[in-house]
Write a new protein. Structure first.
Length: 159
């Protein structure tokens, strides 16, 4: 997803933050699914996935708090998790699991990077503190970048 224009309203900001919540829910649900269905999962991969799921749950909580300040609602996690389980059949091979996780981390990083740019380009005053909003999103973006680096390193070690 690429955000071409500055964020123009609290409503638009809330919708964009909700997209972030959904991204985090998908990452969490996929990581949980990989851990639960993979019988011979490498312990290092399992640890990475469990960390990714926990981190995504934390990100989701932080985004939901920002959305609540804008007085908007989010999609319940159980609904997203059910959709992911119904629609998504992960490749249980080692490379498939790590590749999926890398794509998730990179997609989230790019989304947050674009969202930060669109907020910084905006000249409106939001219903929440801009500094706290940007600080939260920048930290989440950094954690997504670190997650992508961890997955890449693990993939390179296994080649």
């Amino acid at each position: 997803m690429s955000l071409q224009r500055p964020v123009g309203s609290d409503h638009q900001l809330a919708r964009l933050l909700q997209i972030g919540v959904v991204l985090e829910e998908v990452v969490e649900a996929r990581a949980d699914k990989h851990v639960s269905v993979s019988e011979n999962l490498d312990p290092e991969v399992g640890e990475l996935l469990e960390h990714a799921a926990a981190e995504s749950a934390e990100h989701r909580s932080e985004l939901e708090a920002l959305i609540a300040e804008l007085e908007a609602e989010t999609v319940p996690f159980d609904e997203i998790k059910t959709l992911v389980e119904a629609q998504y059949e992960a490749d249980e091979e080692f490379d498939g699991i790590l590749y999926d996780q890398l794509c998730n981390e990179e997609t989230a990083y790019k989304f947050y990077d674009d969202l930060i740019g669109a907020i910084e380009a905006s000249e409106i005053e939001f219903g929440i503190d801009r500094g706290r909003l940007l600080s939260t999103l920048e930290r989440i973006r950094q954690e997504e970048a670190e997650g992508a680096e961890e997955v890449t390193e693990l993939m390179e070690e296994r080649e």
